[in-house]
Design a binder for this molecule. Structure first.
Ligand code: CMX
Length: 440
């Protein structure tokens, strides 16, 4: 049996009970009142309004992310690994998010094999990437690369041929598996073309998905591969409301296929308040070290630099969050990694020093809801340690990982037959008329 058929069978068997529960919840409790929300919430980015269902992960403001109920430290123990001391394989978290059960070693091996074996890019996709001005930002190239693969969509083809709605999820699953398989090759192709003279490295199909990504980018050491496994695991998903997850769901709700939906999500991830923050952190930290003129600035010097950043009307990248109100556990997982593998690294010490200084500076503004670091505050320093200095590429790595969560959700959304998203908007004039009518 092919990997796709076996995953489809397993998924259908596992998901059937949840499907029935969710469909009957939708029917029987349609009148259940979820809560009230204010005009203020709507006008500040719909914060706190529970308007999306997402099964793959849930974000608690105090505790942080749980994937199907498991925290990151729990998954570091429970998910299959290549070596007992190493990091989990992201293939496992994909399986967990999709199937709602922990994978066996064999489950992970099968997915890993499929992804690596199906990772090659067609000549047509390479020609599209070759035609892009290399100065174009890597995230723009990444989005174009995903769009260049869209013509392969099994979902789009099946829809055109009149497939039944009940089968949409099967084609979606196949597209998702193909797309995730190819993302490391798209990423590595962009990386080698832009920064390494167009000298590409063929896949090593004996490696796992993350190990092969590291290999195709030109990083052969065990350290970078180990880092990639952690990185690709922790960036996968952050419940349903963040820009990349919500975009995938929104665009997918129009029955756009996984390629169209995920490319749209990547255009959102490329924004500096979302995924691009990982490049902004390193850019900002290097600018700080250069301006202060030392690799080991004092707390006072850091504080002054932060205050100057705020005074110039910019944000401090890597700090703050729309939902979290504590230090991001994804930051902590990376800090633990640094303490284990690069405790003497100077840049890591600066990142740790910022952790001591920045929250107080942000608290002093009196307006920042969460002064603590998020995932992006830490990732760059780990990449730099292993020699990956091209920070405008960092968000592409975030994007490769984010595919695992948002596309697992997309399979669920198709399986549940979720309808088109179409919230109601209002004009300010109509809203004022409503407010005045209530006041009168
Ligand atoms: N530096 C300076 N000001 C900040 C700030 C920061 N790190 N975080 C929040 N603020 C400001 C906001 O800009 C806002 O100011 P105004 O009222 O003048 O507009 C005020 O504090 C209140 O914002 P908030 O309610 O605390 O935060 P939001 O939910 O609106 O925004 C986020 C959340 C992440 C966009 C914001 O904290 C931020 O800009 N952080 C820096 C960028 C960043 O690290 N983004 C990555 C997030 C994780 C990810 O998606 O990858």
């Amino acid at each position: 049996m092919s990997t796709i058929t076996s995953l489809q069978n397993k998924f259908e068997q596992k998901a059937a009970a949840d499907h029935d529960k969710i469909i009957s919840m939708r029917k029987e409790h349609a009148d259940f009142v979820l809560g009230e929300y204010t005009l203020g919430q709507v006008l500040s980015g719909m914060k706190g309004i529970q308007a999306l269902m997402c099964e793959t992960s849930a974000l608690d403001p105090q505790e942080g992310i749980r994937f199907r109920g498991y925290s990151i430290p729990e998954l570091q123990k429970l998910l299959p690994k290549l070596d007992p001391e190493g990091e989990p394989l992201p293939e496992g978290i994909f399986y967990l998010m999709l199937m709602n059960e922990l994978p066996t070693e064999d489950d992970v091996k099968e997915i890993s094999k499929y992804w690596v074996e199906n990772g090659d890019l067609s000549e047509g996709v390479k020609a599209v990437l070759d035609a892009i001005d290399p100065d174009t930002h890597p995230m723009t190239q990444f989005s174009i690369g995903i769009m260049a693969m869209q013509k392969e969509s099994k979902f789009a083809a099946a829809y055109n041929e009149g497939a039944s709605k009940a089968d949409y999820w099967k084609y979606t699953l196949e597209d998702v598996m193909q797309l995730i398989a190819k993302l490391p090759s798209v990423a590595a192709y962009i990386y080698r073309r832009k920064y390494h003279n167009n000298q590409h490295i063929a896949a090593d199909k004996s490696l796992d998905w993350s190990g092969n990504l590291a290999h195709m980018m030109g990083f052969e050491g065990d350290g970078f591969k180990r880092l990639m496994r952690l990185y690709m695991t922790i960036h996968t998903d952050h419940e349903g409301g963040n820009v990349s997850a919500h975009t995938t769901k929104l665009v997918g709700s129009a029955l756009s296929d996984p390629y169209l939906s995920f490319a749209a999500a990547m255009n959102g991830l490329a924004g500096p308040l979302h995924g691009l923050a990982n490049q902004e952190v390193i850019r900002w930290v290097f600018a700080m070290l250069e301006e202060i003129g030392t690799e080991t600035p004092s707390s006072e010097q850091i504080k002054k630099y932060c205050e100057d950043t705020l005074a110039s009307g910019r944000v401090i990248p890597g700090y703050g969050h729309a939902v979290l109100r504590k230090t991001d556990p994804r930051y902590m997982a990376q800090r633990e990694f640094a303490l284990k593998y690069l405790p003497e690294d100077k840049l890591f010490h600066t990142i740790s020093h910022l952790y001591e200084v920045v929250p107080e500076v942000l608290k002093a503004t009196g307006k920042v809801a969460n002064p603590w670091p998020n995932v992006d505050a830490h990732s760059g320093t780990l990449l730099i340690h292993y020699g990956m200095k091209e920070y405008d590429f960092y968000t592409v790595l975030f994007g490769v990982s984010r595919a695992l969560g948002v596309l697992a959700s997309m399979i669920w959304n198709r399986y549940l037959g979720l309808p088109l998203e179409r919230p109601k908007s209002f004009t300010s004039e109509a809203m004022m008329a409503k407010i005045n009518a209530v006041k009168a």
